[in-house]
Design a protein around this ligand. Structure first.
Ligand code: 5GP
Length: 190
């Protein structure tokens, strides 16, 4: 691979399984590098430093001032940000972020590919959101904001993938990426 890395952005409502999908994608596609975000929210019971850099508000604010983020946004009262990506040579960049962040990335990197991940039905979204150990008020707030996030995501997205099964959905995204890489290697009109 040559030239600038492709930037792939996964967006979608909470509970849609973006995190699992992102991990499957880097397992299946040896040329994808998954960015690790910073967040001010507390770790969930099963999370570790591999999932996020968990930081306080002061450290986050300092990183903003120092220009360390490609993008950052406030989501349900917590701050989330993507450090400026540092992929190994020959790797494309995968971001798993919210729609506000994706809008910023698309302004900065117009060639970025935004993939909206949707759930096959509302009940699977709700079940996943409840299964992560967040409190009820938070789950309700996230469910209430999902339709608007999806709507905003549809306006931005280059592709929409239904996460009916993580292996199938990951396979679909890998095929999309292979197509995009081929198109980038082929000179326009050639
Ligand atoms: P959660 O708290 O459920 O891990 O994440 C909440 C939302 O923040 C999800 O939509 C997730 O994709 C998004 N998110 C995670 N990391 C980032 C980031 O670096 N920037 C932005 N803008 N959103 C992020």
């Amino acid at each position: 691979m040559s030239g600038e890395p492709l930037v792939v952005v996964l967006i979608g409502p909470g509970g849609v399984g973006k995190g699992t999908l992102a991990r499957r994608l880097v397992e299946r596609d040896g040329h994808l590098w998954l960015s690790r975000s910073w967040t001010t929210r507390a770790p969930r019971p099963h999370e570790s430093d591999l999932d996020y850099a968990f930081v306080g508000r002061e450290a986050f604010a300092r990183a903003i001032d120092e220009g360390r983020f490609l993008e950052w946004a406030e989501f349900h009262g917590q701050l989330y940000g993507t450090p400026r990506p540092t992929p190994p040579a020959g790797h494309d960049v995968l971001l798993e972020i919210d729609v506000q962040g994706a809008e910023q990335v698309k302004r900065l990197v117009p060639d970025a590919v935004v993939v909206l991940v949707t759930a096959p039905d509302d009940s699977s979204l709700e079940a996943r959101l409840r299964g992560r150990g967040d409190d009820e008020a938070h789950v309700r707030a996230r469910l209430a904001s999902a339709p608007a996030e999806i709507e905003r995501g549809r306006r931005l997205a280059d592709r929409v993938v239904v996460n009916d099964d993580p292996d199938r959905a990951a396979g679909e995204i890998v095929s999309i990426l292979e197509g995009l890489r081929r198109a980038r290697r082929t000179p326009a009109g050639g």
